[in-house]
Design a protein. Structure first.
Length: 510
């Protein structure tokens, strides 16, 4: 994986005549050290339709300065980006190409803008000489490389916080700059400004005149907005999954399930003959992501259960066996997940989502008011859930009931997602409904996790016994999981009663 760091910076408007104020008067600054002027030459790459720029990503190949090479930046928040760097090479390094695959897909990356910058650098230093921030006055010349050959030029001030610095320090620097008449830049990045100022004239006019009065939103508008949001989440989370960031697999799987659930729930809005094949592929992707996610959940549950035991009840090499068992599963699931994201089937799914949104297969009900169509779809999911919960409660504890409760859990999740999709249109009733469905889903989810944990604990106990080790601790943990599941089953009727209050349904129908 490429070298990475978090970049925290702020940009300010300037002119060729702008001079920095005395920044040694900023609290914490002991000295301002002038580092001289360097010449930077950067070519920025994107697809022909500027997909990276649309997502506020930047990819460049830069020469000059102290960090020449390939740079890829992902937005985190305003003024904060994660930057990945690779050494100079003639072609894009594979590590960066992988992080861009969900956006670029089969398209070619081409040079779109060239920026040549004269950078006048100053270091703000603490009393012990530690770097607090780097302040530069950048004189920029931009040249469009695709869609024309327009040019632009400007000067700006950039203040970048030192690694592991306190972001509050940038506030102090900004106060000093503002007192000197320097104002924040209206553009979030050099690339964004270059693209805007070198865009073809006709495009600039079209963009300026594209804003019109928005009409009343239909049921179809709400459903498509939700589907678009979940699709964008899948694409945005892809690099985080590849980087193995905490919770990334879980969040990507949730977005996949929400999207599939919306396609199934709102089949009165969107034509099933078009959406069902997409839903099948989303089911496949969720299952593949589930291998990694389920491993994460199970490992955390077993480790937590073991940590809660008194040391006197941990007999034999229990912790080492669990650690080795978890590590073996982690390596296999991790490799499989990345292979899925690199595969043709996944890229084809992303393309099919784009096609669906570009030409949505809307049915007549899509043009109706959201208050007519969306509650009906939500309540249909509720009825399915009620049937499954009722069936599960009629069964005796055991294997069949475990399966029925798992089915009920999936129905609760689908009802929750249906209400979440309808919330922008239906407001508080949908919010309350989703909240109660989540409580039910959480209870049933914990029950299912206990079922899976017991199966794993039995396997570990068998392995320990075969190796001549004591199986006592594994049996103890198994018994605790049985007790947890039984407690959840006892609590279920009351949780379901709260989730199924008639007045909740009436509020949705109103």
């Amino acid at each position: 994986m490429a070298d990475s760091k978090r970049e925290i910076e702020r940009k300010y408007e300037a002119t060729a005549e702008t001079r920095l104020p005395d920044l040694s008067r900023v609290a914490g600054v002991s000295a301002v050290a002038h580092q001289g002027v360097s010449e930077l030459d950067a070519v920025y790459y994107d697809t022909e339709d500027l997909r990276l720029a649309a997502g506020s990503l930047t990819l460049r190949r830069r020469t000059g300065g102290s960090d020449a090479g390939w740079h890829l930046k992902f937005p985190v928040a305003s003024g904060i980006r994660d930057e990945f760097q690779e050494p100079l090479s003639d072609t894009l390094p594979s590590s960066l190409a992988g992080l861009l695959r969900s956006r670029v897909r089969r398209s070619e990356l081409v040079p779109v803008v060239r920026l040549r910058t004269a950078r006048d650098v100053h270091h703000l230093l603490a009393a012990e000489g530690a770097l607090l921030a780097e302040v530069s006055i950048d004189t920029v010349r931009a040249e469009r490389l695709t869609g024309g050959s327009a040019t632009a030029a400007w000067t700006e001030i950039e203040v970048e916080l030192a690694d592991d610095g306190d972001p509050a320090f940038l506030d102090a620097v900004e106060r000093r700059l503002r007192k000197a008449g320097v104002r924040p830049s209206a553009s979030p990045s050099k690339l964004a400004r270059a693209l805007a100022e070198t865009a073809p004239e006709r495009k600039r006019k079209r963009d300026k005149g594209a804003r019109g009065k928005a009409g009343q939103l239909t049921a179809g508008d709400h459903v498509l907005a939700y589907i678009r949001h979940q699709g964008e989440a899948i694409v945005a989370l892809d690099p985080a999954v590849r980087r193995d960031l905490p919770d990334a697999v879980h969040q990507m799987r949730v977005a996949t399930r929400r999207l599939r659930s919306a396609l199934r729930t709102y089949r009165n809005i969107l034509d099933r003959s078009v959406t069902d094949p997409v839903g099948d592929e989303l089911k496949w992707l969720a299952a593949e992501l589930g291998i990694d996610r389920d491993r994460e959940v199970l490992d955390a549950r077993l480790c937590s259960g073991l940590a809660d035991l008194p040391r006197t009840l941990v007999l034999g090499p229990v912790r080492s066996r669990l650690r080795i068992w978890a590590a073996a599963r982690r390596g296999d699931s991790r490799r499989r997940t990345v292979a899925v994201l690199d595969g043709k089937r996944y890229l084809a799914l992303l393309e099919s989502l784009d096609a669906l949104l570009a030409a949505p297969p809307l049915l007549p009900a899509a043009s109706r008011a959201p208050g007519q169509e969306l509650p009906r779809a939500v309540l249909k999911e509720y009825e399915r859930l009620a049937t499954r919960v009722g069936h599960a409660l009629e069964l005796q504890p055991g294997h069949d009931r475990d399966l029925a409760l798992h089915d009920a859990r999936k129905a609760a999740k689908r009802a929750r997602y249906a209400a979440e999709a309808a919330r922008p249109a239906l407001g508080k009733p949908a919010k309350r409904f989703a909240k109660r469905m989540k409580a039910l889903q959480t209870l049933l989810g914990d029950h299912q996790d206990s079922v899976v944990a017991r199966d794993a604990l039995r396997t570990l106990a068998v392995q320990a016994h075969a190796a001549g080790e004591s199986a006592f601790t594994w049996g103890l943990l198994y018994g605790r999981e049985e007790a947890t599941a039984a407690a959840g089953e006892r609590e279920l009727p009351e949780v379901w009663k709260r989730a199924s209050r008639p007045r909740l349904r009436a509020a949705l129908e109103s």
